[in-house]
Design a protein around this ligand. Structure first.
Ligand code: UDP
Ligand code: MG
Length: 139
């Protein structure tokens, strides 16, 4: 099960640009099924915990501030090879380096405000999905 799922967030910059619909269409058109989804706003505690792995990085403080600056959409997605295929769909962390046709190339502002999150491993997909959703919220 876990190997067929990934976790995503549509980040505050993309929500502010009114890009939720466009991004969800790209996700659906790429063959991902939405297993769980919510429109929410992260607290400083939640964003800090979610990005705990980056705690020692110089951008951590700014990242937490940015991720709490406005509402987000959190979702669990299902597809064969979900983690890898979704990372391909979103493109490189820095939109200046993202391939043509990727979500970040189309919608991201810069390396920080880069429109979407995508889990980097099956293990993290499960941890991140469970961070945002209870078992009975996944369908
Ligand atoms: N980030 C940033 N500056 C950097 C690198 C990353 O602000 O130099 C932010 C950016 O929002 C990125 C997130 O931190 O999406 C997590 O970084 P990671 O290296 O895990 O990139 P991702 O997996 O999101 O592509
Ligand atoms: Mg990452």
């Amino acid at each position: 099960m876990a190997t067929n799922r990934t976790f995503t967030m549509i980040k505050p910059d993309a929500v502010a640009k009114n890009a939720i619909g466009g991004i969800l269409k790209m996700i659906n058109d790429a063959g991902f099924r939405i297993v769980a989804m919510k429109y929410t706003k992260l607290s400083t505690e939640q964003a800090g915990a979610f990005y705990e792995v980056h705690k020692e990085r110089p951008f951590y403080g700014e990242l937490v501030e940015y991720m709490t600056s406005g509402p987000i959409v959190a979702a669990i997605l299902e597809k064969d090879n979900a983690v890898e295929d979704f990372r391909t769909l979103i493109g490189a962390t820095n939109p200046a380096e993202a391939a043509e046709g990727t979500i970040r190339k189309i919608y991201a502002t810069d390396i920080s405000a880069n429109a979407v999150h995508g889990s980097d491993s099956d293990e993290n997909a499960e941890i991140e999905g469970n961070f945002h959703f209870a078992a009975d919220e996944k369908h």
